[in-house]
Design a protein around this ligand. Structure first.
Ligand code: URA
Length: 236
């Protein structure tokens, strides 16, 4: 990889700014000053430093966000703030995108990455990655609902869902439930409850595959995945 590309990719400025850094003699490769922007380096083997500080190369970024309500799961939107707008510039620089969509009013676990292969694996219907949601639902959720969800439901457009595992935390005028589904159709949880005549009034995603929402993250906060979280996700 070209040295100027590596430095620009790692957020040390535009290609033009990076060229200036090189010209100024700020950059060393394996302890040797290099001024040639076109010099080739192996980002996995060569040790690159700027003013004595080692440049740690990474290609991919994996972020876990506790999505707040009121922002859309997109990279750009002409009207609303997006989850990408909540990222620090040094993370946005990697061009991460949200893996799947949560509705504007839905909270909770959202993975953002620039690793298209991982995103594809997590979203592929064939993989049937389980997603766990916590919801508050208007109306008393019943044992009968549990069996209906377990059989799979027919949504208003005729789509037949796969079985969902419904667990009642509290059955009341506003019930509290947990639901695990392996699909990700538009508004799926809300539409599954509509199919049994009930309305979701609060929705939060708790987990996706092996990845569980870190409860230390406040709404709108995010952090990089730990090595363990990442290796479980990559190996599933
Ligand atoms: N199901 C929904 O209805 N909304 C979401 O945001 C996610 C799943």
């Amino acid at each position: 990889m070209r040295l100027d590309k590596l430095l620009a990719n790692m957020g040390y400025g535009s290609r033009k700014e990076v060229k200036q850094l090189l010209k100024n003699g700020a950059v060393k490769v394996n302890e040797v000053q290099v001024k040639d922007a076109a010099a080739h380096v192996d980002p996995h083997k060569d040790v690159v430093s700027i003013l004595g500080e080692q440049v740690v190369y990474k290609e991919f970024i994996y972020l876990m966000m506790n999505k707040p309500p009121g922002v859309v799961s997109a990279t750009e939107d002409y009207r609303d703030r997006t989850v990408v707008d909540l990222l620090e510039p040094e993370d946005r620089h990697f061009d991460p995108f949200p893996v799947g969509r949560l509705d504007k009013d839905t909270e909770g676990l959202l993975l953002l990455t620039n690793d298209g292969k991982l995103a594809h694996n997590l979203l592929s219907p064939k993989k049937e990655v389980p997603k766990l949601y916590y919801a508050k639902v208007e109306g008393i959720v019943t044992e009968e609902d549990i069996s209906l969800f377990a059989k799979g439901l027919t949504l208003e457009d005729g789509f037949e869902t796969k079985p969902g595992i419904l667990h009642i935390i509290k059955a009341d005028t506003v019930s509290e439930i947990e639901l695990t589904i392996t699909e990700g159709k538009f508004h799926q949880v809300k539409r599954m409850f509509e199919a049994v005549g009930k309305r979701v009034v609060y929705l939060k995603r708790m987990s996706m595959g092996s990845l569980k929402l870190d409860h230390d993250l406040e709404l709108g906060e995010y952090r990089e995945l730990t090595d363990d979280e990442l290796s479980s996700l990559l190996s599933s």
